[in-house]
Design a protein around this ligand. Structure first.
Ligand code: AHM
Ligand code: MG
Length: 343
């Protein structure tokens, strides 16, 4: 007789969100709806990313530059519009800020003005990897508005410290598409099954290993960094480190992909300030804070090399910060070397 193999139950992201709704701060269903909107938009972006190589006119710079002077790839713009549309039509979000828009956007419809949340996001991070078929990602961060409900969203709503986030997550368009998020009760990861078009729970309760042997940094910058950074990379490459053998250097140049790998395997991602980028490269509000929230929820750390990312009171929408994120012991080690070697 054949034994019937019992299939384990698949939990879809939508189901998971509803099942865990009671855990959310201010559990009213609104946050669940925002997460659902993000799910739908990221499926559409995932589809567009997957066919990017086929559609000639999607590839290449659009010929415009964003506020940071970088070329905007067409897919960045497409993804940006997709997410904005989802939030604008959803009714829970009163305004957004994104990497692709110089200023924040306050939605003007009456229903949007009733929205209690703002979302800050990077629609497609790792843009230099789009046209070379390397992993890219979306990063998002959700806050309760601080301005009065019924009015237009304000800059103050956008400039909240990372500790005030009610949810944050990322979507990785890698060899598969994954969505990972937290609402402050741990971190869960979902993989998109393209055959049924659903994100399915594949990485429940993700924990970042306390230490690892992977470091990710653009080492081309080593001579324009403070001396503690070189001391740390030398430590990573040495036989006298905590592992007794050189670590592996892995740098994709897509923050989401580098971070995701480190979440699973243990590792550190470093983007310090340099003499040419004295504030660092990565943006606090929609790149650093959301991943810092996830890292901490998974047992990792995120700092500027000197202080906790989530505690920073933002001053500007596109503010940059030096960034050290990953396994707890590794971030602590590099921080101690930064202090030892001084600026
Ligand atoms: P982007 O928002 O323009 O894509 O820039 C952010 C990206 C990160 O994903 C990545 O880690 C970093 O910039 C790479 O920078 P560099 O090319 O200087 O190493
Ligand atoms: Mg970016």
């Amino acid at each position: 007789m054949h034994k019937i193999k019992r299939m384990s139950k698949v939990t879809t992201l939508n189901e998971f969100i509803l099942d865990n709704q009671a855990d959310f701060p201010f559990a009213t269903g609104e946050l669940s709806r925002i997460l659902n909107d993000i799910t739908v938009a990221s499926k559409i972006v995932s589809r567009d990313v997957r066919k990017a190589g086929l559609v000639d006119h999607i590839l290449g710079a659009q010929g415009e530059t964003n506020i940071q002077g970088e070329d905007q790839q067409k897919l960045d713009v497409v993804a940006d519009q997709q997410f904005i549309k989802a939030f604008e039509n959803g009714g829970e979000v009163c305004g957004i800020a994104s990497e692709e828009n110089d200023d924040f956007v306050a939605f003007t419809s009456e229903s949007a003005k009733q929205g209690k949340y703002v979302v800050l996001f990077d629609p497609l991070d790792g843009s230099s990897n789009i046209d070379v078929n390397v992993s890219i990602g979306t990063i998002f961060s959700i806050y309760r508005r601080v301005s009065e409900v019924g009015t237009l969203a304000t800059l103050e709503d956008m400039l909240q410290p990372g500790t005030a986030q009610v949810a944050a997550g990322y979507v990785l368009y890698g060899s598969s598409t994954m969505l990972v998020y937290t609402t402050g009760k741990g971190v869960n990861g979902f993989t998109l099954d393209p055959s049924i078009g659903e994100f399915c729970l594949s990485h429940p309760n993700m924990r970042m290993p306390e230490s690892g042997r992977i470091y990710a940094m653009n080492e081309g910058n080593i001579d324009i960094c403070e001396p503690g950074i070189k001391a740390y990379t030398q430590y990573c490459q040495s036989f006298d480190n905590d592992k007794g053998a050189p670590y592996s250097g892995r740098y994709i140049g897509s923050l989401v992909a580098d971070f995701h790998r480190n979440m699973i395997k243990g590792g550190i991602y470093i983007y310090p300030d340099t003499t040419t980028s004295p504030e660092g490269r990565l943006r606090l509000l929609y790149e650093c804070n959301p991943l810092a929230f996830i890292a901490e929820q998974a047992g990792g750390l995120a700092t500027t090399g000197r202080k906790r990312i989530l505690d920073i009171k933002p001053e500007r929408l596109h503010q940059r910060v030096p960034y050290f994120i990953g396994s707890k012991n590794m971030v602590e080690k590099v921080m101690s070397l930064l202090i030892e070697h001084g600026k």
